[in-house]
Design a protein around this ligand. Structure first.
Ligand code: CP3
Length: 360
């Protein structure tokens, strides 16, 4: 990797001229930018080597390790952006809610949220204190990186689903039971989680993150009407208030084909991430003009032969049609069984073939 491009005392670069930030803003740039959700992690031997010595939580809580793991995919793949190594439950974990991240399972909550009095357990987040280790990681990264750093947080619904279910879920029945059964408590919970999300993202930007992504990973489990009534107002407030900070805002969720229009409505997001289940051209139609799109190669395609990967990458590029506001990505996270060499070739192919403005 090239040497750090700024000295320790220089102010962090904003990367406003980078292809990634320009694409998020719909401004002309040379080539299609590409990064991968979950690009850091178990697909990389160098990540697994660190994980043999340290737990996931130790990595996240040790700025040098978290920064190193964030840099690994940038070195290996040559992606156009780094994403902070942390987790969507890190802020609520820092509030002492008894959240643990179990390998192969995901976040697990010791005493799940079940009643109105549980709201008292959610005090406001003080990022400089509660998330000092995260912000120190951001500080280290913005000095080291020659590409933009994406900060992120879980959206209120997705974080709430872990707090209420107590862990991963397929049906989200407890979450939905609270949502339908006690609307006042639901909205108060969502308001508090939105405040926590906003505080975390604002602090990451204050420390030099060049863009943010709001992960509402499990929002696709909702009926569109319920999404609009119970969830969107809270996510939209987070995105709208972040607007004052001036960095691009990406809004993503899994299986959100029927929610894309709502996720983009109101212009609170600059870019909407398209899940791999939605043909990208159809995703483009569902997201209003003026808002960018990110995605959306099916991650599992990368487990098959290169010829298939190449064809599907070209399909995504063709569907994006050279649009200035397309950011290439997978349609969800890198699967741990993925061969890193394949992702490296995907980056080379996108950089080689994905010219902006080709078809306009
Ligand atoms: O590379 C990156 O994208 C940055 C790091 C990152 C992680 N989690 C690291 C991680 C990011 C952005 C996340 C976000 C996250 N965490 C989401 C939203 C993204 C998505 O997939 O929709 C969600 C839903 C979570 C909750 C969570 N944390 C899950 C489902 C898991 C995986 C459990 C497993 O082991 O299969 C985690 C743990 C986790 N977060 C790992 C990593 C690399 C695996 C931990 C390990 O090393 O064992």
């Amino acid at each position: 990797m090239s040497a750090p491009d700024v000295s320790v005392d220089a102010p962090p670069r904003t990367h406003d001229d980078s292809p990634f930030v320009r694409a998020c803003r719909g401004l002309p740039h040379e080539r299609v930018p590409v990064w991968f959700m979950r690009q850091a992690g178990r697909a990389l031997a160098e990540y697994r080597a660190i994980r043999e010595q340290h737990t996931f939580e130790q990595v996240v809580h040790t700025p040098e390790l978290a920064a190193e793991v964030t840099l690994q995919p940038v070195r290996r793949y040559g992606v156009d952006a780094a994403i902070l190594f942390s987790d969507i439950v890190t802020p609520v974990q820092a509030l002492g809610l008894g959240v643990e991240i179990r390998p192969g399972v995901g976040p697990v909550v010791e005493q799940p949220f079940r009643q109105p009095s549980d709201l008292d357990r959610l005090r406001p987040l003080e990022p400089e204190h509660d998330l000092a280790f995260v912000l120190e990681t951001v500080d280290l990264l913005v000095r080291e990186l020659s590409v933009p750093l994406i900060g992120f947080a879980g959206a209120p619904f997705t974080v709430a689903s872990y707090l209420i279910e107590g862990g991963p879920s397929k049906s989200y029945s407890r979450t939905k039971a609270l949502m339908y059964g006690d609307e006042a408590t639901w909205h108060r919970l969502m308001e508090r989680l939105a405040d926590i999300t906003l505080a975390s993202l604002s602090a990451q930007v204050a420390h030099g993150a060049s863009a943010v992504q709001l992960f509402d990973s499990w929002a696709g489990a909702l009926h569109p009407d319920d999404y609009v009534t119970y969830v969107l107002p809270h996510s939209r407030r987070v995105l709208a208030e972040l607007g004052a900070l001036g960095v691009p805002r990406i809004h993503f969720g899994v299986a959100t084909g029927e929610l894309l229009g709502a996720m983009a409505a109101g212009g609170a997001a600059d870019v909407v991430g398209i899940d791999w289940r939605v043909p990208l051209a159809e995703g483009r139609r569902r997201v209003p003009t003026g808002i960018g799109i990110q995605g959306n190669l099916e991650p599992a395609v990368c487990l098959g032969p290169w010829e298939g990967v190449e064809r599907r990458v070209r399909d995504v590029l063709a569907a994006a049609d050279g649009a200035v506001d397309h950011v290439f990505n997978l349609g969800h996270g890198v699967l741990p069984a993925t061969d890193p060499a394949v992702l490296q070739r995907v980056v080379e192919l996108v950089h080689g073939e994905g010219r902006v403005g080709d078809h306009r």
